[in-house]
Write a protein that binds this ligand. Structure first.
Ligand SMILES: [Fe+2]
Length: 301
């Protein structure tokens, strides 16, 4: 009789089987497709925001990269990362086309890593030219792939607004933060929030502010996913009752967390995965006075 302890072959077989079954189950569960028609804001009676992030546009990669099946597995929403830089331009073109012709949101919010490589001048030009084709208003905040820690440094990086900034759109005030917010930026955020009581506030930032436990573990092993000063910013945001949404990217992972105060729903923290990474997702967010609902969709139909 075969003994598991004494049979490494059997042990490996069962490990492989478990991995394979997990892959089939998890990958089938985690890939969303567009429904035949995307409900428009007129139909739902809610304001529709489209969130996309981490476009990682590159003009330097000339060969397609292989994607091992391990990069399709998600555990607790977390997956191995493998950017498809070769197709990054095609993916953004497809997203812009879908947004303009099918989804037609009221607003597009983009939370950084527009380009993959800061030295790829052509990628900046190409990506912003493509974004200008959007038929709807859009706001972009930079990621750590876009600008250096000390802010705008060269001509290409001047595509981005330097430092934190506000944009008013209808009843919403969108507050964009730089990827490495300084104490001065956080002080600015406080004064801006004090001035924004009559608006519904949406904060856009590249790095995550709230992270799940599993990500805390992974980020200790690899690169930090949380924003510098995240705790300070979270404390500040929790003092205001007109903040509806905080949108982030950077971790290339989907994550939604609702922050409650005294049992009352307060702020939705939403992180969306990279457009340039399997399964190439964007996020729709329906927002009303009462609630916020959200769903991610793969654009690789
Ligand atoms: Fe990224």
């Amino acid at each position: 009789m075969l003994n598991m302890r004494s049979s490494p072959v059997l042990k490996n077989f069962f490990s492989f089987l478990l991995l394979f079954v997990s892959f089939i189950f998890l990958s089938r569960c985690s890939i969303n497709r567009f429904p035949k028609s995307v409900p428009s804001q007129e139909i739902t009676g809610k304001f529709l925001i489209l969130h996309m992030t981490d476009l990682h546009v590159s003009t330097k990669v000339t060969k397609p990269s292989s994607m091992p099946f391990t990069h399709k597995i998600r555990l607790f929403g977390y997956k191995f990362h493998r950017l498809d830089l070769y197709n990054s331009k095609r993916l953004l073109t497809k997203a812009v086309d879908l947004i303009n012709n099918e989804i037609k949101p009221g607003l597009v919010l983009i939370t950084g890593d527009i380009v993959h490589d800061k030295s790829d001048t052509e990628a900046y030009r190409w990506a912003f030219n493509e974004l200008q084709k959007l038929n709807v208003p859009y706001v972009v905040v930079p990621g750590d792939h876009d600008i250096d820690k000390d802010g705008t440094k060269n001509k290409e990086q001047s595509w981005f607004k330097p430092g934190p900034f506000p944009v008013v759109y209808q009843k919403y005030k969108i507050i964009g933060l730089p990827p490495f917010p300084s104490d001065k930026d956080i002080d600015w955020l406080k004064s801006e929030l004090d001035r924004s009581k009559e608006y519904e506030v949406i904060v856009c930032h590249h790095r995550m502010l709230k992270i799940p436990f599993i990500m805390k573990v992974f980020s200790k092993l690899s690169c930090p996913v949380r924003a510098p000063g995240a705790k300070k910013i979270l404390r500040l945001l929790s003092q205001y009752d007109n903040i509806r949404l905080v949108l982030t990217g950077h971790s290339h992972t989907n994550y939604v967390s609702t922050h409650y105060v005294s049992g009352k729903k307060k702020i939705k923290y939403i992180t969306t995965t990279s457009l340039a990474e399997y399964p190439f997702e964007i996020r729709l967010i329906w927002i009303s006075d009462k609630d916020i609902t959200t769903k991610v969709y793969s654009i690789s139909r």
